[in-house]
Design a binder for this molecule. Structure first.
Ligand SMILES: Nc1nc2c(c(=O)[nH]1)N(C=O)[C@@H](CNc1ccc(C(=O)N[C@@H](CCC(=O)O)C(=O)O)cc1)CN2
Ligand SMILES: Nc1ncnc2c1ncn2[C@@H]1O[C@H](COP(=O)(O)OP(=O)(O)OP(=O)(O)O)[C@@H](O)[C@H]1O
Length: 192
């Protein structure tokens, strides 16, 4: 099987597993992830945090977005690139639903500042920090800029020993799951 086909198969497997998660479990685990992040010094001292809107049962960061008067950047797909937009404070701008059904900032929102921390949604991730996403290569292209620590956000069930790696894959600097934050992924012991 080609590497692309293998990645596709793994992507389907992990997405199916995640979609089967009951909503209450998803809410509880998302809240745990938000709790870990909100207590993490690197998060607390970050001014600009690049985040995402939960899609297909990705961990929800809503509890943080509400709680923290931080400067948040959200991704908008513009051709092959991600553009990061700022959601202005004190207002509640309506996200736009894009062609995948994903919530994006409007193209007229102001651009975000340079990130201090990047929260990267995972489909799956391995102990070396290599991740599997939706297959668009958006984060791989963006993370080559190495603007800030990139922390994968996912549930324990999506962390595996090894994923197939392509030359363009950018390893993450850590992950946060419902069981904690792992800067050096070798510290991560399986929770499932
Ligand atoms: N919440 C969230 N926002 C995000 C991302 C993300 O992973 N999570 N992205 C991270 O990149 C970007 C969006 N990337 C995406 C890439 C592909 C598909 C998608 O659904 N693709 C089709 C076909 C894929 C294929 O060609 O095989 C599909 O899966 O059906 C969705 C989002 C930017 N915003
Ligand atoms: N730095 C880059 N420059 C050009 N193309 C890239 C780059 N990084 C990734 N790509 C392309 O993007 C696609 C990424 O596929 P892959 O299956 O690794 O995506 P993914 O990591 O799951 O997706 P995503 O990063 O969107 O979550 C590949 O077709 C690859 O050729």
């Amino acid at each position: 099987m080609s590497q692309a086909a293998l990645k596709k198969q793994l992507r389907q497997q992990y997405l199916q597993q995640r979609q089967a998660m009951p909503e209450t479990v998803w809410q509880h685990k998302s809240a745990q992830i938000c709790q870990h992040l909100s207590q993490w010094p690197i998060f607390r001292s970050a001014r600009w945090v690049y985040a995402y809107r939960s899609f297909r049962r990705e961990p929800s960061l809503d509890a943080l977005l509400i709680q923290r008067p931080q400067e948040w950047g959200f991704p908008r797909c513009d051709g092959q690139q991600i553009r990061w937009h700022h959601s202005p404070q004190g207002t509640n701008p309506a996200f736009v639903i894009n062609r995948w059904g994903l919530e994006e900032p409007g193209s007229d929102w102001p651009l975000a500042g340079r990130p201090d921390l990047i929260l990267v949604p995972l489909v799956a991730c391995d102990r070396r920090g290599y991740r599997l996403g939706y297959g668009g290569g958006y984060y791989d292209r963006f993370l080559t800029q190495k603007l800030a620590p990139a922390i994968g956000i996912g549930f324990d069930a999506c962390v595996v020993n090894t994923l197939p790696v392509d030359p363009w894959d950018q390893p993450l600097d850590g992950i946060c799951t419902e069981s904690g934050i792992y800067r050096n992924l070798s510290q991560y012991t399986s929770h499932h």
